[in-house]
Design a protein around this ligand. Structure first.
Ligand SMILES: *Cc1c(COP(=O)(O)O)cnc(C)c1O
Length: 357
């Protein structure tokens, strides 16, 4: 069998959620499981998220599947509804909707719902992606309060630079101004804010990436935060090539050997989810040893430099990311973020679940 594998460690997921809960210090936790639980498989991870107060995602089909599988706690749709016809599902399945726009507000006011729905009204405090501007928030809240379709209202915002230089101060100040006037429960704090700015946590927090064991902060490795990787992508060397000086490697011959080199051909490529744009030098584990990839990853294979690794050969285990080599580090070398690597895991990769309770 082709040796590429993803291992999903549910014990690590439970531990990471435990850390998020401790950082939340009593805040209720929406575990963010959008994008198929950041590539880990929604139905696979849900059993390990029993300690979360609710699940937050984007995809209404997945939300319906959660209810059908018996998930009874709150479910938050982070972009809310896109058309009035969907509101029926929110009502029948008790989904909580983010309401971020005047269009959604009008749909909600015009709907005749069997049961009113819970909403999170989103305030745009500087992300400038979704939400009512602070000056318009009071008007939106008043209309929601007057709407027969609305059961409860929570005030929500999303930080743009909790992991960066600007931080959250300006956004939090804007949010607090709206919040103190509104007197509603509040929902803030993605992973970066939860870890870096404990003062930003409110009644609800919304950690995502940290649950999967990656760090949202460029200057703090996951391990230093106390996070454990949930996904480990591994494979094996399936062939070895000895390159003579001047010989080139793979499609386009983008890499040339300057001295005699041993190259391990690894059964993992971009159709498995490895980034094609990862440059030569991107770290990889061969056995327990760190080395680098060289050449251009192809659809099914990539190339590991075996210089100084005489013990490595066909059959040697390789870790692309996960335990022993963080997805954050691989992502940084490849000019992307761990989120993208995790979400890219392809359906053809067999998955083994470990650490079930
Ligand atoms: C994805 C998302 C989160 C989680 O963000 P992380 O950086 O993964 O912790 C929280 N809130 C909203 C609105 C999101 O879209």
């Amino acid at each position: 069998m082709r040796p590429v594998r993803a291992e999903i460690d549910l014990a690590a997921l439970r531990a990471n959620l435990g850390l998020a809960r401790r950082l939340g210090a009593g805040a209720r936790v929406w575990a963010v499981v959008k994008a198929n639980a950041y590539g880990h498989g929604l139905s696979r991870v849900v059993p390990a998220l029993a300690a979360a107060d609710g699940l937050a995602l984007i995809e209404i089909g997945d939300a319906v599947a959660l209810r059908e599988a018996g998930y009874a706690r709150p479910i938050l749709l982070l972009e809310g509804f896109f058309e009035a016809a969907e509101l029926r599902l929110f009502s029948s399945h008790a989904f909580t909707a983010v309401v971020h726009s005047a269009e959604q507000l009008a749909m909600l006011e015009g709907a005749a719902l069997e049961r009113p729905i819970d909403v999170c009204v989103k305030v745009n405090t500087g992300m400038n992606r979704l939400g009512f501007r602070a000056a318009a928030a009071a008007g939106a809240i008043a209309r929601l309060r007057a709407s027969a379709g609305v059961a409860s209202i929570t005030l929500m915002t999303h930080f743009a630079d909790a992991d960066g230089e600007r931080g959250i101060a300006a956004q939090l100040a804007s949010f607090d101004t709206v919040a103190s006037a509104a007197g509603l429960p509040q929902c803030t704090a993605n992973s970066a804010a939860l870890i870096r700015y404990p003062q930003s946590r409110r009644d609800w927090v919304r950690p995502g990436i940290m649950l999967y064991g990656c760090s949202p902060l460029p200057d703090r490795p996951a391990e230093a935060i106390g996070l454990a990787p949930v996904m480990t992508l591994s494979s094996r060397i399936i062939a070895v090539q000895e390159l003579a000086p001047g010989e080139r490697l793979g499609y386009g011959g983008t890499f040339g050997a300057e001295q005699p080199m041993r190259i391990g051909i690894v059964a993992c490529g971009y159709a498995d989810g490895y980034p094609r744009h990862a440059p030569a030098g991107t770290p990889i584990l061969v056995g327990a040893r760190r080395t680098r990839i060289v050449g251009l990853p192809s659809m099914d294979m990539l190339y590991a430099d075996l210089s100084g690794l005489p013990e490595a050969g066909p059959g040697t285990a390789v870790t692309l990311w996960g335990r022993g080599l963080s997805a954050d580090e691989v992502a940084r070398a490849a000019g992307t973020v761990s989120y993208e690597l995790l979400c890219s895991l392809n359906a053809r990769v067999p998955v083994a679940v470990t650490g079930a309770a």
